[in-house]
Design a protein around this ligand. Structure first.
Ligand code: XLS
Ligand code: NI
Ligand code: NI
Length: 435
């Protein structure tokens, strides 16, 4: 019998429901600005935190006692874990999932063994996806846990490690394509350094640029139509990670000729670790046509690491959904819960609480954002604030029609400009009406 057998399938009961295992806002087919909610959000369960992590931390052992943990690493045990995972996915009402190669099955002790194990479990996943209708939001290869990657994968000083990583990524990109995945993600966990004393940073960046170019070439070779995504994070586990934040990755992609080929998977917790807000990272990415997908997990304001908690900030999520709706929404991306229940949340039902809360928060934020769009006041304010740049001298400046001399002459002939209020408090009050 499944570990999750006693859990109900989460259902919509409306905002007044007091049932903690029901949705109060998430109605997948409800139309929001003419499009079903589920198509705006494309929510996803991550395989690693929910089915692989045992509840351990750096000070203590796993606390979870899931029946599929600690079994011998065979195809049978990997299938058993997949059975549990798919049962859980269906209980949550979340239609997508995401996984690393090593989450699904052990990769054994050689590249060839890894390939054949991965192929076997991918076939099994394909059958389950067919039966359940569940879809793959993205696939990725774990290039950070094995000791061979201690000094990085693509950025390793040893080209043999670069080649090994290429072998792992090729296999997982092929599998992601075969399973109809929407995206392929590269999070550069150890693509960075612990000390500059032993590091040639420029050399390592060139290696990373080359690696990503090879991934893009392979994507086109096999006809994968999904999007290749980099997931920025400033540090952890390395002291400094090269994919620091959206703007840094933007510069990296431009340097290596990869703009237009690679987009971003933005994670809330990584944004805050980089000293930004989630909204900042989204605004930057949207502004440069770089937004691909989102990992919706938060950190804790009182500590400085990636705690991967389920989201709980309605205002922050509302403002992000508002920006997304304004920009026309996600294409191949979605909202992946790269989140885990706390170490003391040891029961099966705790996993359901986490995911239900996450999806419901997203749905509520989407409905709030819809109202903000329909209201239009915030957009109108911002538009009027920049109106000077849409006409006369403003447009001429941006079109490069005026020199520094021209501008100096114009400024000398016109009355000196007067400061104008930014109306921050009024705008903050306006947002409060929608959350
Ligand atoms: C770690 C990352 C990781 C990626 C997938 O901080 O968030 O979970 O999303 O490799
Ligand atoms: Ni993370
Ligand atoms: Ni992530």
């Amino acid at each position: 019998m499944s570990y999750f057998a006693d859990l109900p399938v989460a259902q919509f009961e409306g905002p007044d429901s007091r049932n903690p295992l029901a949705f109060r806002y998430y109605q997948p087919e409800r139309l929001v600005l003419g499009k079903p909610m589920v198509e705006h959000l494309r929510p996803s369960v991550c395989y690693w935190h929910s089915f692989c992590w045992p509840g351990s931390d750096v000070f203590g052992a796993g606390t979870f006692n899931r029946p599929w943990h600690g079994l011998p690493e065979t195809l049978e045990s990997a299938k058993g874990k997949a059975d549990e995972a798919f049962t859980f996915f269906e209980k949550t009402g979340i239609p997508y999932f995401a996984f690393h190669d090593v989450d699904a099955i052990s990769l054994g002790t050689s590249l060839r063994e890894g390939w054949s194990n991965l192929d076997a479990i991918a076939d099994y996943f394909a059958g389950k996806m067919e039966k359940t209708g569940l879809k793959l939001l993205w696939g990725t290869a774990n290039l950070f846990s094995h000791p061979r990657y201690q000094a990085g994968a693509a950025t390793n000083p040893d080209p043999a490690v670069f080649a090994y990583a290429a072998g792992q990524v090729r296999a997982m990109l092929d599998v992601t394509h075969r399973l109809g995945g929407g995206n392929y993600v590269l999070w550069g966990g150890r693509e960075g350094y612990d000390t500059l004393l032993n590091t040639d940073m420029r050399q390592e960046l060139d290696q990373l640029g080359r690696f990503l170019t090879l991934v893009v070439e392979h994507k086109h070779k096999i006809g994968f139509k999904g999007t290749i995504l980099l997931e920025p994070k400033p540090c952890e586990p390395t002291k400094h990670q090269y994919d620091f934040d959206s703007a840094t990755v933007h510069a990296f992609l431009a340097n290596y000729g990869l703009l237009g080929e690679v987009k971003l998977n933005i994670e809330v917790n990584h944004a805050t670790l980089a000293g930004h807000s989630f909204e900042h990272e989204i605004a930057y990415a949207l502004g440069h046509n770089l937004l691909g997908s989102i990992d919706l997990n938060r950190g804790d304001p009182q500590n400085g690491w990636d705690t991967d908690q389920f989201p709980a900030d309605l205002q922050e999520t509302t403002l992000v959904l508002y920006r997304l709706l304004q920009a026309g929404g996600l294409e191949t991306g979605g909202f992946n819960f790269d989140a885990k229940v706390r170490r003391q949340s040891i029961d099966a039902v705790d996993m359901l609480h986490g995911h239900i809360g996450g999806v419901d928060l997203l749905a509520r934020a989407l409905l709030n954002a819809e109202q903000m769009i329909l209201d239009g006041q915030l957009a109108a304010f911002v538009q009027s604030r920049y109106a000077g740049w849409k006409q006369g001298m403003g447009t001429d400046v941006l079109a490069g029609k005026l020199s520094l001399n021209d501008l100096a002459d114009i400024a000398a002939q016109t009355p000196a400009p007067q400061p104008i209020s930014g109306r921050q408090e009024m705008l903050e009050n306006l947002v409060q009406r929608f959350v």
